[in-house]
Design a protein around this ligand. Structure first.
Ligand code: NAD
Ligand code: WQD
Length: 340
């Protein structure tokens, strides 16, 4: 596919920054729009060092219609990949208004500006969380919506809004990608996941125990109906996930039609298996204790990965060991952390 002009909202974040690299490598001209609400500014400089080219960045909020309008007037984008959102489940329970404002309001603002500029191709970051506690594992895309928390509800509303929009005008071509559990870091060791606060998610938490920043891992429950009693998830390497976006965009341009797919590996690992894999990767002894279940947790999330293979030709290439090794290389290397 010929290079396209793409706007990447939230492109300085964890998944967005990896996708920036994958899209640039595929020959696209990419502009990042980010408010740096949850990203370090040094990421931009690093993306430039990895690609060897200056990075086009707009420092703006996705709810700011005037800033988006100016960006479109200047960039004449042919498609948008929309990552910008708030994503912490427990935080969403405490401040639902902010989550609806950014995740739903930001999406609506973006879509209106896109329409005004005649740009109707969009890739949207959705999540396995829209399935709530699914009846079926591996979970197919046909499973019903079940909101478990405000964050999950914002993703369901976002998907529904996009469904109505596509139905209203066939010129829209929208790819909805439901990510399972992204993990790992870029092979350069220059970008990765590095939350400023104590991480909520398993992999970044383990990585900080491995570096000695946190004393031990709490395993949230060992009495689930799973092989070893701990929660099972479908971890997907962030570089595989990033490649999924390149394929999704390619498909939108080629077919002119939208799609809705899970992005996962189709295979699950338990919390104890992830800890063992990280021990192997880091060569560190990782202390853990069994703690009570975390409220609202789902026992098992595993993707049915067949539709993404069929529709996009997407198949994951990287293993859990590679996710842990790249996470460790990043977090123990010279580039992680920082004060910016
Ligand atoms: P992230 O927080 O690292 O990235 C989000 C980016 O959006 C950040 O750079 C942040 O600064 C920016 N942002 C936030 N609010 C903004 C606003 N109002 N205006 C402009 N920029 C704003 O998160 P991530 O893990 O890279 O997630 C990216 C997307 O994928 C999100 O939509 C998230 O909901 C979705 N998702 C993430 C996961 C996961 O486990 N990481 C799983 C499923 C779906
Ligand atoms: C994985 C497993 C925990 C931390 C959440 C959101 C979801 C999504 C990704 C965006 C579970 C266990 C965790 C710890 C543990 N994001 N765990 N000790 O819960 O699948 O998904 O993040 O869309 O919406 O709900 O990911 O990494 O938090 O947990 O034992 O310190 O690890 O109980 O079984 P989860 P996670």
């Amino acid at each position: 596919m010929a290079g396209r002009r793409i706007l990447l909202t939230g492109g300085a974040g964890y998944i967005g920054s990896h996708t920036y690299l994958a899209l640039s490598e595929a020959g696209h001209a990419v502009t990042i729009l980010d408010s740096f609400e949850n990203a370090r500014r040094s990421v931009v400089d690093r993306l430039g060092r990895i690609t060897g080219r200056p990075v086009d960045v707009i420092d703006a909020d996705v709810r700011d219609a005037a800033a988006l309008d100016a960006a479109f007037a200047q960039g004449r984008f042919e498609a948008v990949v929309h990552f910008a959102a708030l994503k912490a489940v427990s935080d969403s329970v405490k401040r639902p208004l902010d989550y609806f404002d950014v995740n739903v309001g930001g999406l609506t603002t973006l879509l209106k500006v896109m329409e005004a500029h005649d740009c109707r191709r969009l890739v949207f970051s959705s999540s396995a969380t829209v399935y709530g506690v699914p009846d079926e594992t591996p979970t197919p895309e046909t499973a019903e919506f079940r909101a478990m928390n405000p964050y999950g509800q914002t993703k369901i509303i976002g998907e529904q809004l996009l469904g109505w929009l596509s139905a209203s005008d066939p010129r829209w071509a929208i790819g909805i990608l439901r990510y399972f559990n992204p993990a790992g870091a870029h092979a350069s060791t220059m970008i990765g996941e590095d939350p400023r606060d104590i991480p909520n998610n398993l992999m970044p938490f383990i990585s900080k125990v491995a570096t000695g920043e946190l004393p031990k891992i709490s395993v949230f429950g060992d009495d689930y109906d799973t092989p070893d009693g701990t929660g099972v998830r479908d971890y997907i390497h962030v570089e595989d996930l990033a490649r999924g976006h390149v394929l999704s965009l390619g498909k939108l341009f080629e077919s002119g039609e939208g799609h809705l797919v899970n992005l996962g590996t189709g295979r699950g690992y338990s919390v104890l298996e992830v800890i063992s894999a990280y021990k192997r990767a880091s060569n560190r002894d990782l202390a853990f204790e069994i703690a009570p279940r975390r409220p609202g947790d789902v026992p098992i999330y595993v993707a049915s990965a067949e539709k993404a293979a069929e529709v996009l030709g997407f198949r994951t290439e990287k293993t859990l060991d590679q996710m842990c090794a790249s996470s460790w290389a990043w977090i123990s290397g010279e580039h992680s952390g920082g004060t910016d």
